[in-house]
Design a protein around this ligand. Structure first.
Ligand SMILES: Nc1ncnc2c1ncn2[C@@H]1O[C@H](COP(=O)(O)OP(=O)(O)O)[C@@H](O)[C@H]1O
Ligand SMILES: [Mg+2]
Length: 311
């Protein structure tokens, strides 16, 4: 998949006209499909662009950083698709420069129907179908750890959250969408520059985030049990706590067949409380930082922040 030259021009126009504080008021109208830790996902209302989801990464200071990131991103996609056997929507990358000359990376994917995305489907599927979905997500995730066991040099991490999986309407198979954080290690060396995660953090927090969380947050994606705990905890976040005991049962049945130690409801609870606390603190600090930038210092604030997140 590749954007045509005219579509790329349109995307540049979109970027130049984007109001990060009010995306809906941009020159070319856009709607936000999702917020991430480092990206914002848009659909853009313009001929030629409507079929795509655009993941905007405003993190880079220069072409060298962009080059490194896009290389790692392409290799992560290749590993998932070709070596591990996880399906991705068709994808591409585009680099445009914004009005101040900074390079902005857009990961472009075929846009998938909102109703088929995991965190939506768990509100529409029947109880048994939800448990089947969880089982199938675990099956997909296990491909990563099977790959990791086969390897001596490469180790791949993945974010198993329910919102990262989309049910393909053609054959019910699962597609994985969350490739913007391409985590894999070669000979123990993280290939992604994880300092990029800290770019959008307020400068007054960077040192403490680096010191307290960065390693833990990154390591979590390489541990099947922790990825599963995170997946289960999503059911709190998605306001479906009543499903948690059954979802844990599904995870533990799956794990027992693999000889992986089971997880407990307490672990999920503790994790969720801690995770929710960390992220709400973090987002509040980012709002403070945005306020400082835009109102007090009158500087550009390039990041797009979600409103209050219900947890
Ligand atoms: N290809 C896509 N088509 C439609 N919606 C998407 C697509 N990719 C992502 N989204 C939406 O945006 C959300 C966040 O995207 P994701 O790639 O998981 O990034 P992150 O979690 O880092 O923000 C997804 O949960 C989904 O709702
Ligand atoms: Mg995601």
């Amino acid at each position: 998949m590749a954007l045509s030259a005219s579509d790329l021009e349109l995307l540049t126009k979109f970027e130049r006209g984007l109001d990060p504080q009010h995306p809906e008021r941009s020159t070319i109208p856009a709607r936000i499909l999702g917020y991430g830790e480092i990206s914002t996902v848009f659909e853009i209302d313009a001929d030629g662009l409507r079929d795509f989801a655009f993941k905007r990464l405003p993190l880079f200071y220069n072409a060298n950083e962009v080059e490194k990131y896009t290389t790692v991103h392409a290799e992560y996609n290749r590993l998932l698709e070709n070596e591990i056997g996880i399906r991705l929507p068709s994808h591409d990358c585009a680099i445009v420069s914004n009005s101040t000359g900074r390079p902005i990376v857009y990961i472009i994917q075929k846009k998938l129907p909102a109703a088929a995305i995991g965190n939506r489907t768990i509100h529409t599927l029947a109880h048994d179908q939800i448990l089947t979905l969880v089982k199938r997500v675990l099956h997909e995730l296990n491909k990563v750890w099977e790959f990791n066991r086969r390897q001596t040099r490469a180790q791949v991490g993945i974010d198993g959250q329910i919102s990262n999986w989309v049910i393909d309407s053609n054959d019910e198979s699962l597609l994985y969408v969350d490739t913007s954080t391409p985590l894999f290690r070669i000979d123990q060396v993280e290939q992604l520059d994880t300092e990029l995660f800290l770019r959008s953090a307020p400068s007054f927090l960077v040192w403490i985030l680096r010191w307290l969380f960065l390693k833990d947050v990154v390591n979590r994606y390489y541990d099947f049990r922790l990825v599963a705990v995170d997946l289960v905890a999503n059911f709190y976040k998605e306001q479906k706590p009543e499903l948690i005991p059954d979802v844990i049962q599904v995870v533990n049945d799956f794990f027992s067949s693999l000889n992986i130690q089971s997880i407990t409801e307490k672990q999920v609870n503790d994790y969720y409380k801690e995770d929710a606390l960390i992220w709400s603190l973090y987002f509040n600090m980012r709002r403070v930082d945005r306020f400082l930038h835009t109102r007090i210092l009158r500087k550009e604030y390039p990041y797009i922040l979600p409103g209050k997140i219900k947890r």
